[in-house]
Design a protein around this ligand. Structure first.
Ligand SMILES: [Zn+2]
Length: 317
């Protein structure tokens, strides 16, 4: 079995994949912040999953970890994991020392892209060979899986589309540019544009208000969907993937989000025969609810070539 651990800013999810690539066991626990605490969280997640799987930790042939930060794939060193309270951490080395099993570390969006390619199916149920994963979380970033492998680029920048400026005189972004896509299409963008009364997450509050006919909510949702559609268009015109799969916290909206973004893509296609021919709405998917794609992808990180070629999907029942 392979073990995958996804360390998020608030919770850590772990799954065990069997030899066929099906997820067999899963656990979730709160993430403790800071370098030592992150390593302790990894050890705790591995221990709990081993217990549930009825195997010692060294019974796992590989352990992969997905982490929200900059990762050197060769060493497994992590830097700038701001949401984890980590500036610099030799995570693979420390986790290996704690667990006694080889550990590989990958950026969380890349891991989720690999996991989504493992779980999703193209037309006719065929495995997905090329896929773009659009992570709509607090921020906005994408991961590319091409021929079953994560495409990182020369320096790991591939897919950092959140910092593509869309509005030349727009708001100042923490990255130093103005009007970045992340300021228009992300969880933090929605929280700013539609704070709500705090009784529901901003994304759900916005969609509820729009469905109830609130004209301001309808306009905000329409702008948001158009910005997400711009991200989808960018990914297709750059990498021409079979599928663009939306994941991250906002994807919990499910079909409501899919319908809004497909609507925006259809409107683009009505203005442009070129875009209509690219069939963008047909390529769009959303990660199935409650499938921990980032942890599944982390488990696959030890063997990246296997990811999109596995036959056995996550059991949906
Ligand atoms: Zn930016």
């Amino acid at each position: 079995m392979r073990l995958g651990i996804d360390i998020g800013g608030t919770k850590t999810a772990a799954v065990a994949l069997d030899a066929e690539g099906s997820a067999r066991h899963a656990v979730e626990l709160p993430t403790e912040l800071g370098p030592e605490a992150v390593v302790a969280t990894v050890a705790e997640a591995a221990g709990r999953l081993a217990e549930r799987a009825g195997t010692p930790i060294h019974g796992f042939e590989a352990i992969g970890i997905g982490v929200p930060g900059t990762v050197d794939p060769a060493t497994g060193d992590v830097t700038h994991a701001v949401n984890l309270g980590v500036e610099s951490l030799p995570l693979a080395r420390l986790a290996e020392a704690a667990l006694g099993v080889p550990v590989r570390v990958e950026n969380d969006v890349n891991a989720a892209a690999l996991g989504a390619a493992h779980v999703m199916r193209a037309g006719g149920g065929a495995p997905v060979a090329s896929m773009a994963y659009l992570n709509l979380g607090t921020g906005l970033a994408a991961g590319l899986v091409i021929d079953g492998r994560v495409h990182r680029g020369a320096t790991g920048l591939a897919g950092e589309i959140g910092h593509l400026p869309m509005v030349s005189d727009g708001e100042l972004c923490p990255c130093g540019q103005r009007g970045c896509l992340e300021l228009l299409a992300s969880g933090s963008a929605l929280a700013r544009l539609w704070p709500g009364d705090g009784s529901a997450p901003p994304a759900r509050a916005l969609f509820d208000a729009a469905d109830a006919g609130d004209p301001v909510a309808l306009a905000v949702r329409s702008d948001f969907a158009a910005s997400v559609a711009a991200a989808v268009r960018l990914l297709v015109l750059t990498a021409d993937p079979e599928l663009v799969v939306i994941g991250g916290g906002i994807s919990a909206l499910g079909d409501r989000l899919l319908a809004a973004v497909r609507g925006a893509l259809l409107a683009d296609g009505e203005r442009s025969p070129f875009l209509a021919a690219a069939r963008l709405p047909d390529r769009l998917r959303i990660v199935p609810r409650d499938v921990p794609v980032a942890a599944i992808g982390a488990a696959l990180v030890g063997d990246p070539t296997a990811a999109a070629r596995e036959e056995a999907p996550w059991p949906r029942s």
